[in-house]
Every structure is written in structure tokens, then in C-alpha cells.
Design a binder for this molecule. Sequence first.
Ligand code: DX5
Ligand code: ZN
Length: 217
Amino acid sequence: MTKIAPSILASDFSKLGEEIKDVERGGADYIHVDVMDGHFVPNITIGPLIVDHIRPVTDLPLDVHLMIENPDQYIEAFAKAGSDIITVHQEACPHLHRTIQLIKSHGVKAGVVINPATPAETIRPILQDVDLVLLMTVNPGFGGQSFIHSVVPKIEQISQWREEEGLSFEIEIDGGVKVETAKLCTAAGADVLVAGSAIFNQEDRKKAIEEIRQSSE
Ligand code: DX5
Ligand code: ZN
């Protein structure tokens, strides 16, 4: 069954705890937390303090997507705040193996992310070391953007390498995922779908989650 990871970026931050409980009741598998620094991406969101505050609110894994420069400097803080998965951008990590090992050294699952224009080959050397590969289907920075279809062959490529090399990392897709695009991702090999606006902009989040999951299968 496809895992669904609602992105709290599209939620109402004035009642964040309630919003998280609502999607947990609605059948979410992960809570996707978008961390932006105003440097790596042109937007600023939240830091470890918020992760620390939402940790007791949910039993679901916190899937923390770091869209920040120099992530090494903040990994310990995000780990201590209660992250279950930390993903870092290949584009922000000149010493990618070191960064992935640093995440794991805190007992947290480690993932690598690439932007839509970054070739799959750039993460091939790290595939055997990661728990998750996150493929962006929008340029990160904002919710509500349109799915970039040219990323689909990259999902297929990563999925093929996973099979050939006998690896078991999850493939997660982030950006513009909704009922119309979910199946494209899972048919290409994705296991986890992040969705922000397609879930939080709906009145009935349970229904929104179920519809995305159903359309992906
Ligand atoms: C984009 C973020 C995404 C975003 C997805 O920079 O990484 O997680 O919240 O939002 P939607 O699903 O609205 O494209
Ligand atoms: Zn994200």
C-alpha cells in the first residue's frame, strides 16, 4: 500500500497540533516537515524548535526534509528534537557520505533528495547507504506548484538501480502530488507520496488521503 506523507507546509500553523492529529486520524503514514532557510530555497519556514513541539503530538514518524545550506550544522538539533527521518539535498552536501553517516550516528534514518534538474547519477554512489531517496517533482521552496512530468523517468531509473543492486531504500516523491499525478509516481516505482495542498486544502483530510492512495494503486 502506498504510504502518504502530508506536508504540514500547507496546514494552518495557528493550530498545527490539531492539523497533525487530523491527518493522523485520516490515515497518514508520515508527517512531512519542510525546513527552509531562505538561502538554499527562496523561503523560510521552521526549525528544530517546532519539531520538538510537534513530537509529542503524534505517534507517526516525522519525515524532516532539510532544504538548507550546510545541513551538517543542524542535524544534531533536528535529531534531538525527535526527527525519525532526515533528508538532505545532494546539491547542498559536498561531502554526502559524511552527512549521511552523521544523520545515522544519531540513530535517525537518512535520506537523500535531488531537485528536478539534478541527474539521478549524482546519487548513485550513495544509494547503498540511504534509507530513503526523495525525488523532487517541483523546485523546492513553495507548496502548490505543478508536478514536473520530466522527473518520472528518473523515478524509474532509481527504482531499476534499487532492484539491480538488491537495495531496500524507500522512494518518496515530493511536489504537485494529487489524485491526477499519484499513479504516475507509483507506476514508476515510488513507495511514499508527499502531498501538501492536495490534503490540507481539503475540508475532509481523511477523504483526501484515501483518494490519493486509491488513485495511486
Ligand atoms: C516544496 C516542499 C513540499 C511541498 C509540497 O518545497 O518540499 O513538501 O510542501 O507541497 P504540494 O504538495 O502542495 O506541492
Ligand atoms: Zn518537502
